[in-house]
Every structure is written in structure tokens, then in C-alpha cells.
Design a protein. Structure first.
Length: 131
């Protein structure tokens, strides 16, 4: 099966500047990351990966939700949905785009660019299954 990244969209974004970002809900230098998959009802060869990220740095807090759309050259089956690609490989492909977006956003907002750490999506998926 051939799979390609089609597109991505920011669906929700909050950039909150503050003289004291420590008073925001997300603690300074703390990162909240959620990842999920979705399958549009009207498409049988497209699936998506969604990220919700929240973090605070000195002077600001950011919350963003991004969705990444992938296309396959075959019909998406339940075996595919339950396999490793949607939960591990697709997020690993999409994540660098999210990291780059956040780095550029913070830099263009007049702050030092944020450096979101890499994520081991194999371990991330294992923890999600346990929970």
C-alpha cells in the first residue's frame, strides 16, 4: 500500500502573551501532547492524524490543534486501522511539520523559537494502549 501526506490544517490556535506565563494553566516548559486518528465517513482512502499541543514558555502560552490528511492507494480496512501505521508511522511523519509550525509561529511573534522535543511514537502508542 502506498501512502502519502496530502495536506494539513491548523483547526484551532491560541497564542496568549503574558507578563507572567506561569499563571497560565500549562506550567512553564511543560508540554501537553495528544494524538489521535480519524477516518472521514465519505472517504475510503483517506485518513487523518490529529494533534493537540499546549505549552508555556517565558512570556507566552500556546495551544494548537492540527490535522494531517493522508491518502492511500487502497481501501482503508479495519486491519489497517488497527495496525501500526495510523498510530505510529503517520504521527511520526506529521510531527516535524507541527514542530516547524510552532517554531516559526513563536519566532514570528517576536519570541525565541520554541524547540519542541522529539517524540518516540512507538512508546507513545504503547502508553496510549495501557491507558
Amino acid at each position: 500500500m502506498k501512502i502519502k501526506l496530502l495536506d494539513y490544517k491548523v483547526v484551532d490556535l491560541s497564542f496568549q502573551a503574558s507578563e507572567d506565563a506561569m499563571t497560565m494553566e500549562v506550567a512553564k516548559n511543560d508540554l501537553s501532547l495528544e494524538v489521535g486518528q480519524f477516518y472521514p465517513d465519505d472517504e475510503n482512502q483517506i485518513f487523518g492524524v490529529g494533534f493537540k499541543v499546549a505549552f508555556s514558555q517565558e512570556g507566552y502560552t500556546v495551544r494548537v490543534e492540527m490535522r494531517f490528511f493522508f491518502e492511500t492507494d487502497s481501501l482503508i480496512t479495519d486491519d489497517f486501522k488497527n495496525g501500526p501505521f495510523p498510530a505510529i508511522n503517520a504521527p511520526a511523519i506529521a510531527f516535524p511539520y507541527l514542530r516547524s509550525f510552532l517554531s516559526i509561529l513563536t519566532m514570528q511573534a517576536g519570541y525565541p523559537p520554541v524547540m519542541i522535543p522529539s517524540v518516540n511514537f512507538v512508546e507513545f502508542a504503547k502508553r496510549a494502549v495501557k491507558n
